[in-house]
Design a protein around this ligand. Structure first.
Ligand code: AHR
Length: 504
């Protein structure tokens, strides 16, 4: 493990040199018909005793509003390429059921469909991001879905929408043309998918003044060839975004003592951070490939699935991907969001997987009970980064870790919002070292400052239904404004958010 000798981390935040905004969509979410993300998660049904609005749980909506969730991706994931949208509209009792082949072969009753999803987005106040079916759907099916959603005149699909209770069309911007089509979405070669994308994309039309932002299915991990093929001679009219998936998954980690979300040891902690940091490496490679073909950076990079992936909770369905969420997951979230900020010029959106009860969730539910996770609180502490100007931030710090799992101890990112408040967020990845951090702020002096910290004495601390507030942000005392910036002590294994104003 790291030695305990005292060191000092130096950070320089240049408040004058910000050029790029951190897109708020980087703080996006993802909800798939998988396990209890939709059913028993967002959707409880209108007759449920759990407080709901038209079947959608009120406590979850309030929680998502509180973190200013900007976008929600749906219906998958692998499910998207097996989903037939027509089965999910009209009177619920008449909707046909289907088998959810990919996720446990459970029966999907289609009670949560297009109208319910868009109601959910309206309740949260976020943009919808719909992923269409390329793997097992037709061009016609995708074209008609867009007509159903967005056409304002008199047409068969618009009439059907009206019959189903929605007079006015919705405004839909983000449209995915398939998901993981190299794998669960059809096992395609990149060249083949590219042709499919062009074909489907041609029929994803802009109707009634609605303009689609078409997102081509992208690569995962270090599969740069896929990105390269998709971007080569890309057609700017059809492709506005290209997606990418990377999970800090136990399957990429070496000799863990446990593959589960809790009960791990120190080495597991550092190995997790090492694997989470690979995101930086991979993004650099994929973005370099994009830059070769699109030097003006017209195509947005859309990291529409990311997060930790552990073995499921004991005694739960292995296909439901339900995992606990600890302080370790919170640090992965902070670190990864900082990495996204570093590529703000190219990354337009990112969607953590998945919002409720699946993978690195914001919330876990059990009937009427709900616990917000440590990861949720990172999104809450970082929310002022959304759409703020990224401020160049230079960090000089020591390494931490053990044996062959060593990483820089401190990760940092800063931004300034339009209201003049700056936000500096820090992650201390060391398990045992409280770090003194000296922050030089160029361009003015610090006028007002307040800070919060998310930490716990146990590295696998988490919130449960009986103890939902075990890991929660608390005020951080002792942050001093100095002549040229700030000085503070950052506890081990913590995420810190410091808000301040700069006086010229
Ligand atoms: O998020 C779980 C699954 O991970 C998604 O369905 C798929 O796209 C990815 O492999």
């Amino acid at each position: 493990m790291g030695n305990k000798e005292k060191t000092m981390t130096r950070i320089i935040v240049d408040t004058d040199a910000g050029k790029t905004r951190i897109s708020r969509f980087v703080y996006g979410h993802f909800a798939e018909h998988l396990g209890h993300c939709i059913y028993g998660g967002f959707w409880v049904g209108p007759d449920s005793p759990i407080p709901n609005t038209r079947g959608i749980r009120n406590d979850l909506v309030a929680a998502m509003k509180a973190i200013r969730a900007p976008v929600l991706r749906w219906p998958g994931g692998c499910f998207a390429d097996e989903y037939h949208w027509q089965d999910g509209v009209g009177p619920r009792e008449r909707r046909p059921a289907m088998l959810n082949y990919h996720w446990g072969q459970v029966v999907e009753n289609n009670h949560f469909g297009t109208h319910e999803f868009l109601d959910l987005c309206e309740q949260i106040g976020c943009e919808p991001y719909i992923c269409g079916n390329v793997g097992s759907g037709t061009v016609r099916e995708m074209q008609q879905w867009i007509e159903y959603l967005t056409y304002d005149g008199d047409s068969p699909m618009a009439r059907w929408r009206k019959q189903n209770g929605r007079e006015k069309p919705w405004r839909i911007k983000y449209w995915g043309v398939g998901n993981e089509n190299g794998g669960c979405g059809g096992s395609m070669r990149p060249e083949y998918y590219k042709d499919e994308f062009q074909r489907y994309g041609t029929f994803c039309r802009n109707l009634s003044g609605n303009t689609l932002y078409r997102i081509a299915c992208g690569a995962y991990n270090d599969y740069v060839e896929w990105t390269d093929v998709l971007m080569k001679n890309y057609c700017g009219i059809l492709m506005q975004g290209l997606s990418y998936h990377y999970y800090a998954s136990h399957s990429l980690m070496r000799r863990l003592s446990t593959r589960q979300a809790t009960g791990f040891n120190e080495w597991d902690w550092y190995e997790t951070m090492r694997v989470a940091r690979l995101m930086d490496n991979y993004l650099r490679q994929h973005i370099a490939a994009m830059d070769r073909h699109d030097p003006e950076r017209k195509v947005g990079f859309i990291v529409d699935e990311w997060g930790t992936w552990w073995e499921v909770e004991p005694a739960t369905n292995p296909a439901f991907l339900r995992q606990q969420n600890t302080l370790r997951d919170a640090l992965v979230a902070g670190l990864t969001l900082h990495i996204f900020h570093d590529y703000a010029e190219r990354i337009h959106m990112a969607n953590i997987a998945q919002t409720i009860n699946v993978l690195q969730a914001m919330a876990l539910t059990d009937g009427p009970r709900m616990a917000l996770t440590p990861t949720y609180y990172v999104f809450e502490m970082f929310k002022e980064h959304q759409d703020a100007l990224r401020l160049p931030t230079h960090v000089e710090c020591d390494e931490c870790g053990m044996e062959d799992a060593r990483i820089p101890m401190i990760s940092a990112s800063a931004s300034r919002a339009d209201d003049g408040w700056a936000l500096l967020t820090l992650c201390n990845l060391s398990l045992d070292r409280e770090e003194t951090v000296s922050v030089t702020i160029t361009g003015g002096s610090v006028a007002e400052v307040s800070a919060r910290v998310l930490t716990h004495e146990n590295m696998d601390a988490h919130n449960t239904f009986d103890a939902p507030n075990a890991v929660k942000p608390a005020p951080l005392a002792g942050v001093e404004a100095t002549r040229n910036g700030l000085r503070l002590r950052v506890p081990p294994k913590s995420v810190v958010a410091i808000r301040f104003r700069v006086k010229a």
